[in-house]
Design a protein around this ligand. Structure first.
Ligand code: HEC
Length: 177
């Protein structure tokens, strides 16, 4: 009898303590990621090459948006992204040229008075494809509204003739800031 009472008291005590414990939700044994969900690259914008998918999450080279200029070759407010890490292209904080084979630089522009990206200009470095111009391929894509697909608008020599002025920084006017 005494023993039963003791067990009952222990039972009550145990449960009383238990109710003060924080409730732990079972999570199926999954480790909890302290940094939250991993950012997934976004789908390629319709009409743009697969290689540019998720470019807006790449390293941004410009610190502030690049405003439109008079006689602008790429009209709009612009950002420039590169598929490299800061450590790879500016070790110790020093920008290094030329950029590695496989580098892609994307410039996106929101046209004046618009609220969507209407221009995407792409430089892709492919070994052996364009030896006279540091192996860069230049293509620009345009679209007229937010729902339509991009279409290839300009490419090649037109672009190279102007970008050659930035030969000292491997054809990219924008340098990593
Ligand atoms: C008359 C000169 C000129 C022409 C032509 C030109 N660009 Fe540019 N481009 C620039 C300048 C200047 C920038 C620097 C950012 C800015 O001010 O827009 C730039 C930026 C870029 C960038 C971002 C990297 C960088 O150099 O800063 C890409 C990518 C690009 N242009 C692609 C193209 C493509 C593709 C074409 C051809 C369809 C082209 N450009 C034609 C002058 C030119």
């Amino acid at each position: 009898m005494k023993r039963t009472a003791l067990l009952a008291a222990l039972f009550l005590l145990f449960n009383a303590c238990g109710s003060n414990e924080p409730q732990v939700e079972p999570n199926g044994g999954e480790p909890t990621d302290p940094n939250g969900p991993v950012v997934q690259p976004s789908e390629p914008l319709p009409g743009l090459p697969e290689s540019t998918a998720g470019f807006d999450s790449w390293l941004k080279m410009n610190a502030e948006p690049i405003p439109p200029k008079p006689a602008d070759p790429h009209r709009g407010t612009k950002d420039v992204f590169i598929n490299q890490t800061r450590e790879a292209i500016a070790p110790g904080g020093e920008n290094q040229y030329p950029y590695p084979d496989g580098t892609i630089i994307v410039k996106s522009a929101v046209p004046p008075g618009k609220d969507f990206v209407g221009l995407v200009a792409v430089m892709t470095k492919k070994k052996g494809t364009n030896p006279n111009h540091n192996d860069w391929e230049f293509i620009e894509y345009l679209r007229d509204n937010a729902d339509s697909s991009f279409r290839k608008a300009f490419e090649g020599r037109l672009c190279e003739n102007c970008h050659v002025k930035a030969a000292d920084t491997d054809y990219s006017f924008t340098v990593l800031e």
